[in-house]
Design a protein. Structure first.
Length: 187
């Protein structure tokens, strides 16, 4: 199974990605985790990424694409994946689609976790991971999401891949709704 989790910041992509990957016996791939690992390790990539994240901006496409290509292809050939955090723009989605077609690892489903902005803001403020979780930065991150990522909803819906889930409910209920949606996906 090859699944993309699409959701705004704070919607629970990481939590649901880990839970679903474990339930389906596939690899969880988080672009955010890969980026954070590079930041923590102090790599050149990590330093570059930190500047974008601190401003609430998206990391450039080429950086993310290179980072994820190997992980996605490897996971697809060993049973599948649940990918969260990429793509975040229509351009990234187009590039990812071309790469996936070349490699034979195209998506089978996209789960969209819908959560209201006020709930997302409260969640992100409560999480308070670091300097990038201020109210102003969160508002900026949500604005970037609405402008850059939200158009993917219609694109994946047009391809017949989108399954919408109410992400504003308890974690277990969201997981159950995701699992139910994926049960309808032909494998």
């Amino acid at each position: 199974m090859r699944v993309l989790l699409l959701a705004p910041p704070g919607a629970g992509k990481g939590t649901q990605g880990k839970r679903l990957a474990a339930q389906f016996g596939v690899t969880h791939i988080s672009s955010g985790d890969l980026l954070r690992d590079n930041i923590i390790a102090g790599t050149e990539l990590g330093t570059t990424v930190q500047a974008y994240l601190a401003a609430g901006d998206l990391v450039p496409d080429a950086v993310i694409e290179d980072l994820l290509r190997v992980s996605v292809v490897e996971a697809a050939h060993t049973g599948g994946y649940v990918l969260d955090g990429f793509p975040r723009t229509v351009h990234q989605a187009e590039q990812a689609y071309l790469m996936a077609q070349e490699e034979g690892v195209a998506l089978q489903a996209v789960l969209f976790l819908r959560v209201p902005d006020d709930v997302l803001t409260a969640r992100l403020l409560a999480r308070g991971r670091g300097a990038d979780d201020t109210e102003a930065t969160i508002r900026h991150r949500l604005a970037v999401y609405h402008a850059e990522t939200e158009p993917l909803i219609a694109a994946y819906q047009a391809r017949g891949l989108l399954h919408e889930v109410d992400g504003d409910q308890p974690i277990e209920a969201v997981t159950a709704a995701c699992r139910d949606a994926l049960a309808q996906v032909p494998v």
